[in-house]
Structures are given as C-alpha cells and as structure tokens.
Design a protein around this ligand. Structure first.
Ligand SMILES: Nc1ncnc2c1ncn2[C@@H]1O[C@H](COP(=O)(O)OP(=O)(O)OP(=O)(O)O)[C@@H](O)[C@H]1O
Length: 358
C-alpha cells in the first residue's frame, strides 16, 4: 500500500472554466497516510468524485501533482497506478460465476492457484455469497452484484490503494451496516490505504479513521469523528456533522464576551484575538446547550419540542436568532426557560473559520 500525496491540486473541467476561475477543485494540498482509511465527505457538487478520479488517474488535474510514496503518478493511467476501484454501480462479468469474478483480478496478476482459492473462499465468506459461489453473476440481484464488485476490489493485497465511490448506494439498508463493518474489519486486518467517497455522514463516521470534509472545491477539515464533532474548523463542518448541526449565532465581540441579540455570553479566556472587520459567529453544539430556570441564564423563547426517541430537541429563539438544544427525554422542559452553555464547548468563528485557542 502507499502514502498518497496530493500536492497543490487544482482542477477546472475546461480552459474556459479555468479562465473564469470556476474550479471544481480550488486547492487541495494534503497527504493520506499509508494504511489509513479516509472518507471524503461533503454535499453534492463539492468535488469528491473529481478528487477521487484525480487519485485514480481517470482525470489529470489542471495543476499540481499526485504522488504514491515517492513516485509521481500524475500522468499515469489508472492501470499503471495499480489501484483497485469500486464504483456506485456493479462492474462485473455477467457470464462468469461469482467465484470466477473474484478470482479474475488475481489470475490477471498471476497469483498461484492455491492462494487464489484461499483468498476467494475468504472473500466469499466476507461478502456473504458462499452459497452462490458457483452461480452465474447474471441472475443475481443488484445488491449481490455490488457485493461481488466490492469483493473484486478487496481481493488483491498488492494494490497501492482501494478507492470507493459511494459503493453502498444500491445495497439494501440492513446490509449496508454489515458490509461497512466488514470493510472496517478488512482494514484492521490488512491496513490497506482506503479512500471512500460518500455524502452520508453516518457512513463516513463509521468507516473512516479520518474524515476529509469537503466544501465548495476545498478540503475544510481532516479529522477523527471526535475532532469534527468537538472542534469544527469551519462553520460548514459544524453545520454538516451532527444532527441537528451546530448552532451558529451571529455575534459581536465586546471585552471577552460574544454579544448575541443584545445578550452577553462570556467566552473562554483561551480564545485568541480576532482582527477587526471579520464577520463573527458563536458556535455551540445543541448537546452543550441546557435549559435552566428563568433568571439563571439567557432568556429564550421556546418554539417547539421534538421527540426523537431517547432525546428531545428543543427549538428556541434568542431574540431573532434560532437555536436548538438536545436534552435527555426524561428532563423536564419548563414553559419559560433560559439557556446556559457549556463554556469550554463554545467555539468562535471569524469569516467562517475557527478562531484558534491560545
Ligand atoms: N465532466 C464535467 N464537466 C464539467 N463540470 C463538471 C464535470 N463533472 C463535474 N463537474 C462539476 O464539478 C463540480 C464537482 O463535481 P463532483 O462530481 O466532483 O462533486 P461531488 O462532490 O462528487 O458530487 P456528487 O456527490 O453529486 O457526485 C460540480 O460543480 C460539477 O458540476
């Protein structure tokens, strides 16, 4: 497996788009560690597939270089890059049996027959198709065919990386969980470099060690699920990760406090200075907002309480600013309440980026 270096990558699909400064990837400069499991997460159109295709060699970037370890692969074809790919829809040979499909990439690489047999048997078990091993792929369901695609991607051990583009889209919801666990298990056992594109945060957070959050052609944060939850580097990450997302309250700064709709909220002393002229927002996860008796916190107007099983979401307004709180279901919710914030969990954003702590 290999370390993947994305060295100042930019991409515009046509020269005209480049001239108009309309880049699908505005600037990506990062390194994926050898043996890491990365998920590229972001909304439709943010550039995930473009970046994956640049890693695989299906696209050549307008600027920058791709390196696998110390080899510059920017101009190499996907075949020459020695990678495995799993796409959104099955790519298999319909006239071959399931077993033959799985053996195919190994035979191509001239792997010895006994090893092929062993690896294929292991993969059949992992994807749950042992009983259909000798059936032709043609007659199988879309779901089963996609499992074969996954198996074909995972069966080789000599690839530089395995790239997945929304591979579980056609898989039945109850099977998704099982296949995701199987992928994670394979990663643990064989430490493959995996890059997995998805717009589903559950999928990204459960699969990856590191989630690469993309927004408008840029990587806005790479972090563990905990890091993305606790210290979103950009307001988009706060909003996109978590359900409901982070509360973002437009604020002014005044002597160590944020002023939101006329109410002062003391900031942790460690939050660094902010240059004048920036647009500032206070970020707080709904999980760190609590309701306290009137007079003990900041007065809000409660609009709605939603029951979501073990928790309740309180929708409120602080002046004109909307705010959510997530509370345990057994917590009583007074008709009139103030809110209080866990101070350490307050994040300050200037022009959408997290203000560093000292
Ligand atoms: N062949 C193309 N020609 C021109 N523009 C393109 C082309 N493919 C993608 N784009 C544009 O590049 C941007 C990034 O697209 P990309 O498919 O990489 O996003 P994505 O995050 O993978 O989205 P999705 O989840 O919908 O697949 C979008 O604005 C898209 O419209």
């Amino acid at each position: 497996m290999a370390r993947i270096r994305l060295d100042h990558i930019r991409h515009a699909y046509t020269p005209e788009l480049a001239k108009a400064d309309n880049y699908a990837l505005r600037e990506v400069d990062t390194t994926f560690a050898d043996g890491g499991a990365y998920a590229l997460l972001g909304p439709s159109g943010c550039g995930k597939t473009t970046l994956l295709n640049i890693i695989s060699g299906l696209l050549t970037p307008s600027n920058g270089h791709v390196r696998f370890d110390d080899t510059d692969v920017t101009m190499l074809t996907p075949e020459a890059r020695n990678i495995a790919q799993v796409f959104q829809f099955p790519v298999i040979y319909d006239t071959m049996t399931v077993r033959e499909n799985l053996a195919f990439p190994l035979k191509n690489r001239k792997v010895p027959a006994d090893e092929i047999q062993r690896r294929v048997a292991d993969m059949l078990r992992r994807i749950g198709l042992e009983k259909k091993a000798d059936r032709k792929a043609r007659g199988l369901t879309a779901d089963e065919k996609q499992k074969i695609s996954l198996g074909r991607g995972l069966v080789r051990s000599d690839v530089n990386a395995i790239l997945f583009d929304e591979p579980l889209t056609v898989i039945d919801p109850h099977m998704k969980w099982q296949l995701r666990s199987e992928l994670k298990q394979l990663h643990r056992e064989f430490q493959m470099t995996m890059v997995y594109v998805t717009h589903d945060q559950t999928e990204a957070l459960t699969f990856a060690d590191k989630v690469v959050v993309m927004y408008a052609g840029e990587v806005v944060q790479i972090g563990t699920p905990e890091e993305l939850f606790e210290r979103p580097q950009h307001t988009f990450v706060g909003y996109f990760i978590g359900s409901p997302g982070m509360n973002l309250l437009p604020c002014a700064l005044e002597g160590g406090a944020a002023v939101v709709s006329g109410q002062r909220i003391a900031l942790p002393a460690s939050i660094g200075p902010v240059a004048a002229g920036k647009t500032t927002e206070l970020g707080i996860r709904p999980e760190f907002v609590s309701l306290v008796p009137r007079g003990q916190g900041i007065p809000v107007q409660i609009d709605k309480v939603e029951d979501i099983g073990s928790e309740r979401i309180v929708r409120a307004r602080l002046g004109d600013t909307r705010l959510s709180a997530v509370l345990d279901e057994d917590r009583e919710i007074p008709a009139e309440a103030d809110v209080a914030f866990t101070q350490e969990q307050l994040n300050l954003y200037a022009d959408s980026w997290l203000v560093a702590r000292r």
